[in-house]
Design a protein around this ligand. Structure first.
Ligand code: ADP
Ligand code: MG
Length: 680
């Protein structure tokens, strides 16, 4: 049998079920996964002179052991090994924590090389390892290891895989590109990433590895996009006259940006291609009405349309709004969430209406993608807050129709530069304008000690008929703690505000119908102040609410703060956002300042990127950003853009599949049938 990079790691000598499972846990399933499991840093074990070492630097020291080693125990499984080391006529106290077995290797009078951290001031050294005499290589990679799989085990498995499979390492990047950008062959690159002789060699390999990582990802996306375009879609021949009439019957005039994106979408609808479009627009920019217009267009052409929302509250809210719009036109809007069709008979009835086609528009949560949901003639699928859905869920819904057109809406502003990494397979429409007459939200950052001022102000606003959100502190580790926190805030506020005002409480542990009930009361102004964990984050629209108070605001990400703030500023009232926080770090302070300075989601997203790097922006998973292993889409943006451009050129070349130099890339794309799973 021939060797193949997609072979399971279990084929390697010494890899039994246990080790295979440990590898799988690290995301390593195939030989190729293992070979591209690169060190995340390199240690330079070359011996340094004491004078060359900077404070707290990790280094290798060489010296003579100057005292008998002693072990001091200070707790179960806690101990330290101490001895003196003579280095360049100085005595240094060496400590190894919790490695008592090293004692046998420490012999008075012998020479030894140690790797660890040197504290020049105290002339002490915290040892990490003893470097065996005759170690071949001073420069060595360190891997992310696990409890069941140590760095050295990973290293020897990589070595084994490389020895057995290096001949299979065909180049993914075509030769002409490698020449153009002076990139290494894949075989050499992978070798040098794992076993470099020097920092320079590692850096060179890394440059090639970053390019390759971005290139193969972009090639995958571009191929998907190309195939998508070739797929026969449906032409939705909507009634232009009716559509125009509908738009002019709305209580407001569309903004120019809304008009532009409606045109972009309608152009796609008419053509027999499969629309795959992302609608990006900041909170409050008016995406919902664009969705409604689009769905109406589909209905006039005799198709059904589905709108999928990430939460019950949002689905319910959408259904209500759409019902108001469409009921007078004789269009039926259905709602499908676990609570709206909790009874079997209700559910059966809704399903049959969908199948027969006498519900033209359906709004729902995940409940929409269950297997037994069938449509009569589904032509359009819209997802709201699309970053909440994985690629697979979107695909599932799409598969319910005859290649329906897909519109994905998101309010998460993704800087343009990053959009190419996450939504590269989609066309993008952008609403870059807010409806006229919106009053800017006034944002204030206050210390905890000033909370009372904010509360006083809030009470005055309540006296004036306003409503408020109070978001309780986020405790990342524990939903339970979140709840306790919210409960506490709720009780305090209630006693602070007294009888006159109703305080409501919304949290993740409530049943869907309980949540809906609380939200409905807030909408009806039966609740004045809504205390909530972050469940109000997305989409909720209560125009009379004009105060957003966020406690311990520095615990939230910038994108999340922006989303939360977007819940106010939706109506006639001047709106206010209070960030209550005592951030200790400069970084935390910068974030609060950013929120005070701007309400532009794109500016905030860009600042977020600069402040903390893309790994964390918006919470990677939430934003649907892919995780790269070597490349950093911000630091390595130049490479990303070049890789994107070159990948598009190659994939769209009509001769793409025939060219000899592209065969390695083609084989890679075939191996990676699941390449897009990490988009989720
Ligand atoms: P988002 O983009 O955050 O989903 P929505 O669709 O909820 O925003 O719209 C926010 C509010 O603005 C809604 O109350 C909506 O009715 C209103 N709105 C939308 N478009 C316009 C417009 N062109 N002029 C005035 N108000 C608008
Ligand atoms: Mg919305």
């Amino acid at each position: 049998m021939g060797k193949n990079l997609s072979d399971n790691v279990a084929v390697l000598r010494g890899v039994g079920p246990k080790k295979a499972a440990a590898l799988n846990k690290l995301g390593i399933n195939t030989i190729e996964d293992l070979l591209t499991y690169y060190p995340f840093r390199y240690d330079d074990l070359a011996v340094k002179q004491l004078s060359e070492i900077s404070e707290q630097e990790k280094v290798t020291l060489k010296g003579t052991i100057a005292s008998e080693p002693t072990i001091i125990r200070f707790g179960p499984k806690k101990n330290r090994l101490n001895f003196r080391l003579m280095v360049e006529n100085q005595v240094i106290m060496v400590t190894f924590f919790n490695q008592p077995y090293l004692k046998s290797k420490v012999e008075l009078g012998k020479d030894i090389a140690l790797y660890g951290r040197y504290n020049a001031q105290r002339q002490s050294f915290t040892g990490m390892k003893i470097i065996p005499a005759g170690q071949q290589n001073d420069f060595t990679g360190v891997y992310r290891a696990s409890k069941d799989l140590k760095v050295n085990q990973i290293k020897s498995l990589v070595k084994l895989a490389y020895t057995d499979y290096h001949e299979q390492l065909k180049d993914i990047i075509p030769l002409s590109l490698r020449n153009k950008y002076r990139l290494e062959s894949r075989e050499q690159m992978i070798h040098d990433m794992h076993f470099p002789q020097s920092k320079k060699q590692a850096d060179l390999a890394r440059r090639s590895a970053i390019f390759e990582e971005f290139f193969r990802f972009q090639a995958g996306i571009q191929l998907l996009k190309k195939e998508d375009k070739q797929n026969q879609g449906i032409a939705i021949k909507y009634d232009n006259q009716q559509l125009k009439q509908f738009i002019s019957s709305l209580p407001f005039e569309l903004t120019n940006a809304q008009k532009r994106v409606v045109n972009e979408i309608c152009r796609d609808l008419r053509e027999p291609i499969r629309m795959n479009r992302l609608l990006q627009g900041d909170v409050g920019s008016g995406k919902t009405i664009v969705a409604a217009i689009t769905m109406y267009a589909a209905v006039t052409a005799g198709f059904q349309a589905a709108l999928m929302a990430p939460t019950e509250i949002l689905a319910q809210q959408h259904a209500e709004k759409l019902n108001k719009l469409f009921a007078p036109l004789g269009i039926n809007v259905g709602l499908m969430t676990s609570s709206s069709v909790s009874k079997i008979t209700q559910r059966r009835e809704l399903l049959s209406h969908l199948k027969q086609g006498d519900i033209q528009i359906v709004v729902g949560t995940h409940a929409l993608i269950q297997d037994d949901v069938e449509f009569n003639k589904l032509g359009l699928v819209i997802t709201d807050e699309q970053h909440r859905f994985g690629v697979n869920q979107r695909k599932q819904l799409r598969n319910k129709g005859l290649n329906p057109d897909v519109l994905a809406m998101t309010a998460t502003p993704i800087p343009r530069t990053l959009a190419i990494t996450s939504y590269g397979e989609m066309d993008v429409s952008l609403i870059d304008e807010l409806p006229a007459g919106r009053k800017a939200i006034e944002t204030n950052w206050l210390k905890n000690s000033q909370l009372n001022d904010a509360l006083k102000f809030m009470r005055q606003q309540l006296d004036d008929g306003a409503q408020a959100y109070v978001v309780s502190p986020l405790i990342e580790e524990s939903e339970m703690m979140d709840l306790q926190n919210a409960q506490e805030v709720y009780e305090k506020l209630q006693s602070y505000l007294g009888e006159k005002y109703h305080v409501g409480l919304l949290h993740g542990k409530l049943k869907p119908e309980e949540k809906e009930d609380v939200m409905q009361q807030f909408k009806d102004h039966k609740i004045d102040v809504l205390v909530s964990t972050t469940v109000v984050e997305v989409g909720v629209d209560v125009p009379n609410a004009s105060i957003m108070m966020i406690l311990d605001a520095d615990r939230f990400g910038l994108a999340q703060l922006h989303q939360l703030r977007g819940r106010v500023g939706r109506g006639e009232r001047q709106s206010y956002c209070f960030l209550i926080a005592d951030p200790s770090s400069d970084y935390g302070k910068e974030r609060m300042k950013t929120m005070v300075q701007t309400t532009d989601g794109f500016v905030i997203a860009q600042r977020d990127l600069e402040l903390r790097g893309p790994g964390d922006v918006l919470g990677t998973a939430q934003a649907g950003l892919p995780q790269f292993k070597v490349g950093d889409p911000v630091k390595d943006l130049k490479i990303l853009q070049i890789a994107q451009m070159e990948a598009a050129t190659i994939i769209n070349d009509p001769e793409f599949r025939n060219k000899a130099e592209n065969q390695g890339l083609l084989q890679y794309l075939n191996r990676k049938v699941d390449w897009n799973t990490n988009l989720d």
